[in-house]
Write a protein that binds this ligand. Sequence first.
Ligand code: AMP
Length: 477
Amino acid sequence: MPSSFSNLSLAEPLARAVAEMGYESMTPIQAQAIPVVLTGKDVMGAAQTGTGKTAAFSLPLLQRLLKHENASTSPARHPVRALVLLPTRELADQVAQQVKLYSKYTNLRSAVVFGGMDMKPQTLELKRGVEVLVATPGRLLDHIEAKNAVLNQVEYVVLDEADRMLDIGFLPDLQRILSFLPKQRTTLLFSATFSPEIKRLANSYLNDPVTIEVARPNEAASTVEQHFYSVNDDDKRRALRQIVRQRGLTQAFVFVNSKLGCARLARSLEHEGMKTTALHGDKSQDERLKALESFKKGEVDLLVATDVAARGLDIKDVPAVFNFDVPFNAEDYIHRVGRTGRAGASGLAVTFVSSSDGRLVADLEKLLKKKIELEPIEYEEDKPRGRINDGRRAWREAGELGDPRDALDAPPVRERMPVAQREFRAAPRSQDPFFDQPYQALSSDAPPAWEAGARPTNRISANIKSKRKVAALFKPE
Ligand code: AMP
């Protein structure tokens, strides 16, 4: 198995672009997938985010498209040859940026289309002609209907983050899009896990695929230190502040289960003096890209996000991930925790478990195939709060100037106890009536259903489609 890019005999413009990226060797998914995709076979790849899978499909795909490369200005000479479908705008943008980097020394054109943005500039770009089109399903269908995108010359389709696309309810859209494509094509499917639904999707649309699995699914990176703390709902913010302070954390992702919770938590943390931004579906596309950018630049310390908004985002070296809420969907734990401890770096994953989370933790234990030890938190005296950002200073000072051992030590642990044996106390009632209301979608300018966030177990939002319905949409085997 070649591990160096030089063993691949990539065309010079692609090899040059890769060299410029500074990649020293191939990642496991690249070493396995690139040679297969170069042969034109279908691939079903199980790869977690951050494994380098974008290059794993983009590079061989671009190499195979080079035969169509031309410098003509005629749109007819630049039909869509490769289609890459992703579940979210941020992911589509991220993948498109990578494709642009890898293809920068070729005459192959690429473009990205996703919802939440004006269609006109996208239309102009499509009409000029592009060989590689990166898209989210809904917006692509809009362009197909408007006859801006013609897909009858597509040779390659990539279904990236396919499990998430199904979770969100994109199956009907995918089916429609795939119906516009030539039957003779190469299809690549990447998914974090191979659920029965993903296997059905593959059975329906892939032709004798080569299966590639690089890391056992349902397993968080071994470099991530994982803690599960027993925390009352009302104490979660305090616990978060304390751990951030004790560990001297500079940046962290904070995951929540709903858009409403996301916005509220970000606001509260900001009020408590922590520089925080939120990433969720109620924000405009522009706001979301800005939030992401400021986190990437280190201008904010905490990025509070829902699963859908954060899935697969390429943010390197996040030292810690907080599961402020235990995810409704156990597999999301793997995706969340995958944000830290990337590429061998060590990371910290902290999950707050409240008294009502027993079932979710049991689901998680099943997925992780291990008992989860709940740890209690001993709260320190909180620094008094003054104006906004006083707390931020206090937090910084404690991290930077306090006892250096504080920055290294884990929060004190009094006892460890398997979750199954633990008796949960009744959750104290929230004082804020807003918290007690079930989530209600905004009416007219409501965001798309798929942005509704994770799936509550006992209060299913009207916006969330059940898995069974999704499965029923497949052709019978
Ligand atoms: P992905 O899993 O495709 O989102 O990639 C995650 C990150 O890994 C991106 O920032 C890539 O630029 C980077 N990456 C991809 N391939 C390699 C490689 N062979 N060596 C180092 N970094 C890479």
